[in-house]
Ligand binder design. Sequence first.
Ligand code: 5AD
Ligand code: SF4
Length: 449
Amino acid sequence: MKAKSTPTHVHLETFGCQMNEYDSELVRSLLKQDGFVFTDERERADVILMNTCAIRENAHNKVYKHLSELKKLKRQRPLVVGVLGCMAQNLKEELTDIQPLVDVLAGPDAYRQLPMLIRSAMLSQVEGLNQKELAVDLSEYETYHDIVPDRNDGVNAWIAVMRGCDNFCSFCVVPYTRGRERSRVPEGIVQEARRIAEQGFKQITLLGQNVNSYRFGDWDFARLITAVADVPGIERVRFTSPHPKDFPLSLLEAVVSHPNICKQIHLPLQSGSDRILSLMNRTYTNKEYRALVDRIRTLRADIVLSTDLICGFCGESDAEFAETYRLVEEIRFHSAFIFKYSERKNTIAARKLSDDVSEPVKTDRVTRLFDLQRNISYERNREYLETTIPVLVEGDAKRSAAQGMGKSDGNITVIWDKCAISSQPGDMVSLAIYDASSTTLYAARPPVN
Ligand code: 5AD
Ligand code: SF4
């Protein structure tokens, strides 16, 4: 057993959405408070934690692959392996049965118990019992409102304002893995935003599985985002992921009237067919969605819209897919995340519908929609040519440290040569766009008049 004074080293890997990134910041904070030390190296760790995602099959497979890589490490030395987040919650039986190497399972509402669970698992290993430590109960109240996340340095800070989801879209596992909706006290959120501004972050992204259904007493999301945008020093406020059903005029007006709320809305569509939308339990029709887009664009023509689309949902015919294709052609989103439907355990679709669109047909539909969207994104991005736009600098480009990278107000990636433009992360710079691809804007120093 380790001497009491030797700290326990934890390595934490995060998969999935921004909410998981945020939850990992909470986990780091909770464990550091308890004396644990974090390491970037798996090889040095006494404890390896994976904060997992269960939303689609490939996310799930990725976690399994990483877990099986740990088998070898675990044979070499004492090691506690923990699975956190959505997969822990949803697959508690399966994971513990087929993955004997998992010692700790903690669902998204159980992170406060993690220090205790890890210590028990370590002790049990020393005693040769190798008992599994499970905490997977969902809570109606847990919002971690009093935990200050251990944020990475950077330009953007996330604040989760609500957790869980009550929508039960028939394809989605989130209501089962993350439980019922609950919102955080607004005063605490605004206070956190002030602290974030004081720490030098320039952007806040408000997070929630269904962020715009935020409600606390007489506070709704429009009032909350306005209060956050009013905090001095915050240059940009974003939010994700909203549901189209919760966009009252007050929220649209808040977005368009506040200069520092980004003119960008992610508006998950999923399908353009009314029959499929109804089977998905999305609660809006093609026409209602279209009307919302028109309302948004009437208020602000240059707003950047993005979406999520699912191809090959249960029973989707060629004609129904064609309706999605047509609507995407008509609306001309700036960008879209396009997914093949993948059946998730326990969901309404898994229980009541049949995953009957063949794999090749799903692939064909995803490819066709992807090609369409790539052309639209290309044309949309080329609308920025010869304009000068404000860019929030984030750091180096992924591909080359000789290039800088930042984001436009609409969240489009902008890249430039660092030898031509010098800037620091967090700077807001005005850049001239001289070229554009479907994913990236290329910038130069603006011409001097
Ligand atoms: N299959 C495919 N895509 C899914 N999504 C959620 N569940 C599934 C599923 N079972 C997509 C939706 C959602 C995004 C976060 O992930 O498009 O908006
Ligand atoms: Fe899933 Fe629908 Fe809730 Fe989004 S709104 S998390 S897709 S159930």
